[in-house]
Design a protein around this ligand. Sequence first.
Ligand SMILES: [Zn+2]
Length: 230
Amino acid sequence: MKELVFIFLGPPGSGKGTIASLSVEKLGFLSLSTGDLFRQHIANQTKIGQKIDFTMKSGNLISDELVSDVVFDWIENSVPLGETIILDGYPRTVVQVEALHQYLGDRNQLTKSRVIHFVLRNELILDRLSHRYTCSDKNCQRIYAFDGKAVLQHVCDACGASLIRRADDDHETAKNRLKLYRKDEKQLLDSVENLGFYVHTLDASKSVEDVFKDFCTFITGIKNNENAEV
Ligand SMILES: [Zn+2]
């Protein structure tokens, strides 16, 4: 099974995606993007892809069950043994939390799983989102946040493509997304805690570097504990 499973929970704009990217780049973790997986399944015309395609074309929302199937299929078939994974953007609903809990429990993976809760005030999030740029290259999409540097250089460090503002980041859109997220957040956190997931809180108001440092310290703590137990 997997080395460790990190489940990132937190509002849009809390820096989850950035910390996930850094973990992929610097720690060699694998990170999940449900959006990319949906597109891949559709392009490859898999059974799951056909279901997703049909659901979207009929204007319906993709069911919790289907989303979970996509995630579990990814873990089973695309993640080599012994890799540490980050689930970012999944689970989003209580039903998905329960499905994930069941899945990890069936594989004796719950003790290796940690929910990372990114905590940040609404005002700070909205301030950040209004300063956020995204790489325009579809395969890169690196996010540049609030440090002023991206605004000055206007090209992506990773691939050299130009940086753009996403429509998502417009103030009203951001406010609405945040409102929707907050509406479900408490329920989501309650279900995670009630099921017995270990929850670790990160203070996401710090700089990206410091949040990443805190995350690395937490990982070192887990590994040291494991070694102590052996
Ligand atoms: Zn780029």
